[in-house]
Design a protein around this ligand. Structure first.
Ligand SMILES: [Zn+2]
Ligand SMILES: [Zn+2]
Length: 201
């Protein structure tokens, strides 16, 4: 088990040293026995000074016992250009955009994961995923938004071999873990089969 969606800054806009939270996340990852941890920040950032966060994540990438990554979560559609220092990116699809539009926007912006599919107002009528099966775009199994994930979408993704990545979308370390995903008996893509992690483990 791994987690590719834990927030360092979250929805805060207060200026403070958010890098202090990173250690608690690492400890929680160890307690949960995670194989890898992906820190994610909303980009563009909602606070000004992120230098300490970036330094600490960079340090952990070299020194932690498990692979550590740094991802950007961006709203789509948007004109945001994602900086190169991010290891991967997640699309937070705006309200009323369909799953087909989500895949198309992810393709255009080179985004790796469609975060919490069908959640938070994104539209979710049944569609054929066949056309997106070779795009290396993953769908997220989001612990926090699992209630929005229709079973047909999960099964369709499985059938088309569209990678399914794990993300808690935790904004605090105590919100990590995947009790509901385990309860629903969902299968996720193993780390070594996630396209954008190839050669990085
Ligand atoms: Zn989101
Ligand atoms: Zn998020």
């Amino acid at each position: 088990m791994y987690d590719l969606h834990v927030h360092i800054i979250g929805h805060d806009t207060i200026q403070r040293d958010y890098s202090a939270y990173i250690d608690s996340y690492m400890l929680q990852a160890e307690l949960l026995g995670l194989e890898a941890l992906g820190f994610v920040d909303h980009y563009p950032y909602r606070v000004k000074n992120v230098q300490k966060i970036r330094e600490k994540v960079e340090y952990l990438k070299d020194h932690a016992d498990i692979p550590v990554f740094y991802g950007a979560e961006i709203h789509v559609p948007s004109n945001t250009v994602i900086p190169k220092y991010f290891d991967y990116s997640l699309a937070h699809v705006r309200q009323r955009y369909s799953l087909e539009e989500a895949f198309t926007m992810a393709r255009q912006k080179n985004i790796d994961i469609i975060a919490h599919p069908c959640a938070y107002g994104a539209s979710c009528s049944p569609c054929q995923l066949e056309q997106f099966k070779d795009e290396n775009i993953c769908l997220e199994l989001s612990e926090k938004a699992l209630v929005y994930l229709p079973q047909w979408l999960y099964e369709e993704a499985q059938r088309r071999h569209i990678p399914l990545t794990l993300g808690s979308d935790a904004h605090f370390p105590q919100n990590m873990g995947f009790p509901q995903i385990c309860e629903r008996d969902l299968a996720w893509t193993s780390l070594d089969e996630i396209p954008f992690l190839e050669g990085r483990l």
